[in-house]
Design a protein around this ligand. Structure first.
Ligand SMILES: *[C@@H]1O[C@H](CO)[C@@H](O)[C@H](O)[C@H]1NC(C)=O
Ligand SMILES: *[C@@H]1O[C@H](CO)[C@@H](O)[C@H](O)[C@H]1NC(C)=O
Ligand SMILES: *[C@@H]1O[C@H](CO)[C@@H](O)[C@H](O)[C@H]1NC(C)=O
Length: 625
């Protein structure tokens, strides 16, 4: 039923798109549903505090988001309900703004203290580098006064000579409307963390002494779990929910998740749901909850019930109402969710204020600080001119306009060259997670370099002269060894490729048409995105890139020995695969030698694109007129 409705709507939208574009408003937006306790959620921001300059769907900066929060708090006050703001980690690693500072993330962390968060939790990116952990621990976590949660994360505190909690194990607090909240914060297990970090598995965390304290807690009305893990298919979260249900069989539980960079919503049981709010400041997540028994309000009925639209309205004129109507079939419950596109117009729309009244002095001041920080980091200086758009997950990985293909077939073979070894056949290998975004046609600078690949610590090493019989199937095993888990790879856009109707081709949308963007399918249906888009195609990127250099294969002729070149991050993974292929622990970290090193220091993964542009592209874009 739902699928058919969806197909019908897609065709309807295409019909509208083609015939009636001129009379349609530029964007169709769904209203938010307010509850007694409402939550604005951010996750996996990865430094995009300045917004997406090249993409107006996600063009708001953090200052505008702060104005939005203030306006929504005013609305909450008028409705006499609660509004909380929560973040679930990975604040940096992704833009020049966050990653050019020393330590990385230190300026963006300062900027983020302007957001009135009620709860925060670390992501894995807060825990990779000792210097980042230390900075977060000393200069960011204390600011939050007990609201930065770390149920399963400890840091080795050198001064104290022992492990200390990376935030609070849990926090209990009460909202202005008499809702007593127990909050927990977890980071999903991941590999490659700093040796200063201790991240306990869920099983081990639940055996810690503090877990027993929870059983003593009385009168908990709502449990909030801030978790840097996906809301679906996370065995650690499943275990946590199972254990919590034993102690709190009847309490409403709201999970706020992250990490896999998608929009998603999970319904676990009648009183437990999870919201995941995308990535890169593209999404402000919204969750609302009704039916909290202790909730008190001066208003008799603070929230009017969800509106029910007639299915029988004339279709062409009321596409939005049709979409709203599907809501009542899929969600009769106490929960609602929405994925708000991160732009000023949407923020103004939901704030119910006139645009001229939208900005707050705090928001404007923060926008000003962000612009100033960008100038000081030279993010506005052009480094090169990209001759075309290089797409990320929205184009097939082997397409000529794919960013992965640009690296695999051009940048790696032409830039990562070591003269003393260039005669050797070699593979240049990188996990696809090492590339984080596409590149737009036109002028680009440091910010875009980090948006494509923020891993400026990652330099290239070589493992020399590996016999061909060992590595001949390596490209296959890179994909199928199973070692590279979902946690090493960051998935990107929502939905599977089957969300794309075959008749759709991906073109840049023109103004006044329904634009391409998120179209999310979750446990509550297809109506979660606040802005109605045509779905963007999504192609799987696979696990690894592998450039084959000087490797010419025919039946009589194949290389005897091959060099393997890869980044530090991948070395343990490659060793694992190679050792599996030879059947013993033959290769270790010590066997790898430095391969690509430059006097000027530009030899990391982040630098490659700029080095390539220096050689092959214009430095500045000249307009064609
Ligand atoms: C950790 O951060 C504190 C405060 O910024 C600083 O004083 C200390 O030197 C840092 N320690 C290390 C090992 O970087
Ligand atoms: C890309 O890969 C697909 C699937 O392997 C293949 O069918 C297609 O021909 C390839 N396209 C190009 C441009 O190489
Ligand atoms: C080339 O590779 C060798 C290891 O074989 C390394 O010692 C040398 O530093 C590399 N040269 C450059 C310029 O990176």
């Amino acid at each position: 039923m739902r699928n058919q409705l969806l197909k019908f709507l897609v065709s309807l939208l295409i019909l509208i798109d083609n015939c009636l574009a001129a009379v349609l408003p530029e964007t169709l937006r769904r209203e938010l549903k307010w509850g007694q306790v409402n939550i604005l959620h951010t996750t996996d921001m990865h430094g995009w505090l300045a917004g997406h300059a090249h993409d107006k769907r996600y063009s708001a900066d953090l200052g505008e988001f702060v104005s939005f929060i203030h306006r929504m708090k005013q609305l909450a006050q008028e409705k006499d309900v609660d509004l909380l703001v929560i973040d679930t980690g990975d604040l940096h690693d992704g833009t020049g703004l966050s990653d050019l500072t020393d330590p990385p993330g230190s300026w963006t962390n300062d900027l983020l203290t302007n957001v009135p968060y009620d709860l925060l939790v670390a992501g894995n990116h807060e825990l990779y580098l000792p210097i980042v952990m230390n900075d977060t621990y000393h200069n960011f976590i204390p600011f939050w006064n007990g609201r930065y949660l770390a149920s399963n994360v400890d840091i080795y505190d050198e001064e104290a000579g022992m492990y200390a909690s990376f935030g609070e194990k849990y926090a209990v607090f009460e909202t202005p409307h008499n809702v007593r909240i127990l909050s927990l914060g977890f980071v999903g297990s991941f590999s490659g963390g700093s040796d200063k970090a201790r991240v306990l598995s869920m099983e081990a965390s639940l055996r810690q002494p503090w877990w027993n304290e929870l059983q003593e807690l009385k009168d908990i009305d709502l449990i909030l779990i801030a978790g840097h893990f996906p809301v679906h298919d996370s065995s650690e979260l499943d275990l946590l929910l199972l254990k919590l249900r034993k102690e709190f069989p009847d309490t409403i539980i709201q999970v706020l998740g992250g990490h896999s960079h998608i929009r998603d919503y999970a319904v676990y049981d009648e009183k437990a749901t999870g919201l995941q709010s995308g990535r890169y400041c593209e999404t402000a997540g919204w969750a609302s909850i009704r039916g909290v028994p202790s909730f008190t309000s001066s208003k008799v009925n603070p929230i009017s019930s969800y509106s029910v639209f007639s299915l029988f309205s004339p279709l062409i004129n009321y596409p939005r109402k049709i979409l709203e109507a599907s809501y009542i079939f899929t969600n009769p419950s106490k929960f609602s969710r929405s994925y708000i596109d991160w732009n000023r117009k949407g923020f103004v729309f939901h704030s119910k204020v006139h645009e001229s009244k939208f900005d707050t002095s705090e928001g404007l001041e923060l926008s000003h600080q962000i612009a100033d920080a960008r100038r000081r980091l030279n993010l506005l200086d052009p480094l090169g001119c990209s001759p075309k758009d290089y797409g990320f997950s929205e184009v097939p990985r082997n397409a000529s306009n794919s960013i992965y293909n640009l690296f695999e077939s051009e940048i790696f073979p032409k830039i990562i060259v070591n003269k003393s070894r260039s005669h050797m056949p070699h593979y240049i290998i990188l996990n696809t997670g090492g590339i984080r975004g596409g590149l737009q046609q036109g002028s680009f600078g440091l910010d875009e370099l980090f948006q494509v690949s923020p891993f400026k610590g990652n330099v290239f090493y070589v493992l020399k002269s590996i016999p061909w019989f060992i590595v001949k199937d390596l490209p296959y095993w890179l994909e199928h060894s199973g070692y590279l888990s979902i946690f090493d790879k960051s998935s990107t856009l929502p939905g599977d490729s089957n969300t794309v109707t075959e008749t759709l081709t991906y073109t840049k949308s023109e103004p006044k048409k329904v634009s391409y963007g998120y179209w999310t399918h979750d446990d509550m249906g297809d109506d979660g995105d606040d802005t109605i888009h045509l779905p963007v195609p999504h192609y799987d990127s696979g696990n690894y890139l592998c450039s084959k250099v000087n490797i010419h294969l025919d039946i009589e002729h194949y290389p005897q020995r091959v060099d393997l070149v890869t980044t530090e991050f991948v070395i343990p993974r490659l060793n694992y695969i190679l050792n599996k292929l030879v059947g013993k622990a033959l290769y270790t970290k010590e066997d790898w030698e430095l391969y690509f090193w430059r006097e000027d220091g530009r030899h990391s993964m982040t630098d490659l694109l700029a080095l390539y542009a220096d050689k092959y592209w214009d430095k500045e874009c000249f307009s064609s007129t």
